[in-house]
Design a protein around this ligand. Structure first.
Ligand SMILES: *Cc1c(COP(=O)(O)O)cnc(C)c1O
Length: 336
């Protein structure tokens, strides 16, 4: 696997930290937990999408685009980071937001919504939950073309094979860090949503001949549907990366017990995970992705799936700006 052949924008100049989380590990009396701090990636507010945008924005500029169209949920981290990257490249940015929870779009909401505006997204179009988002972004792109513009469309979460290469890079980077730390992790735990992160990691580990179990924690779909989505994207990403071997379907592992009532809805496990990680390690997770992924890791430790003597890497993919629209959840839990 030689990922240097793909054009990139160079948003990422150095590896993100791989940090031990000794207090959290001790409290759970389980494996040694390590945090891969992709929440500290460059880009407005940090987080995983910068790795994908590094490749996607390079293609946009190669195609001489003057505008970017992308989509996401009303508090999308991907939309925030895309708006930031577009600002940096001097491109217009149009966001199509899917109101997955009825009446959840608040034009004056804090968190990522505030940042969409601050980062200069030119247009925000809100469509009902369940809309065909590929069709909606295509529609927005068509109207820009009618106005004489040259839009580049980035799919939700930046999760196409080119974007997912960003996480094949991360897989190589992580193995390199483990090498220098003398660490042989037993598993990686990651939030699995639009699937580019999970699929890219699988392709990257395969490309390095590393048999390392990747446990995806679904934030949205039931297990079979999410595994199919990850598998399909991992296969395409591996092909793009020039891998000879196929990804095995059996290597795609998703746990769907931590979604709760649905995407972005708070759960007791998420609240516990966010609070515990903050108070043991001083690290902020988020309510939609990493909070539920950590709830999954905590539960899998309590069930004995991961145990003492093992080393587990938790991918911290970012998202903390969304905490600021969940203040009632966390303050109410303290009775305040
Ligand atoms: C987008 C996102 C994820 C999920 O990544 P996918 O590639 O969409 O599966 C996880 N965590 C955070 C904070 C995100 O913004």
């Amino acid at each position: 696997m030689n990922l240097t052949v793909f054009p990139r924008r160079g948003y990422i100049q150095s590896p993100t930290p791989l940090e031990a989380a000794p207090k959290l590990s001790q409290l759970l009396n389980g494996p040694n937990i390590y945090l891969k701090r992709d929440d500290l990636l460059p880009g407005a507010g940090g987080g995983s999408k910068t790795r994908k945008l590094d490749f996607l924005m390079a293609e946009a500029l190669e195609q001489k685009a003057d505008s970017i169209v992308t989509c996401g949920a009303v508090q999308s981290n991907h939309c925030r980071l895309t708006a930031g990257a577009a600002a940096r490249e001097g491109l217009e940015c149009l966001l199509v937001l899917e109101e997955r929870v009825p009446d959840s779009y608040k034009p004056r909401a804090s968190g990522n919504n505030l940042l969409f505006h601050l980062l200069g997204a030119s247009t925000i179009r809100v469509v009902p939950g369940g809309s065909d988002m590929d069709a909606e972004t295509a529609k927005s792109a068509a109207s820009l073309r009618d106005a004489g513009k040259k839009p580049y469309v980035i799919p939700g979460g930046g999760s196409n094979p080119l974007g997912a290469l960003g996480y094949a890079v991360c897989a190589e980077e992580l193995l390199q860090q483990c090498f220098f730390l003398g660490l042989r992790p037993d598993a990686v735990v990651v939030a699995s949503g639009s699937a580019g992160t999970h699929a890219g990691l699988l392709a990257g580990f395969a490309g390095c001949n590393a048999s390392l179990a990747v446990h995806g924690i679904s934030v949205n779909r039931p297990r079979a549907a999410q595994e199919d989505k990850v598998y399909s994207l991992a296969a395409k990403t591996a092909k793009l990366a020039g891998l000879r071997d196929r990804i095995a379907r059996a290597d795609v592992v998703v746990h769907d017990g931590y979604v709760g009532p649905g995407y972005s809805f708070p759960t007791a496990g998420m609240r516990e995970a966010v609070t515990m990680t903050a108070r043991t390690e001083g690290v902020l997770l988020d309510p939609v992705y990493t909070g539920k992924a950590m709830a999954g890791l905590i539960d899998l430790i309590r069930k004995g799936v991961f145990h003492k003597g093992q080393d587990v890497v938790f991918m911290h993919t970012g998202g903390s700006p969304a905490l600021y629209v969940y203040e009632d959840e966390f303050l109410a839990a303290r009775g305040e």
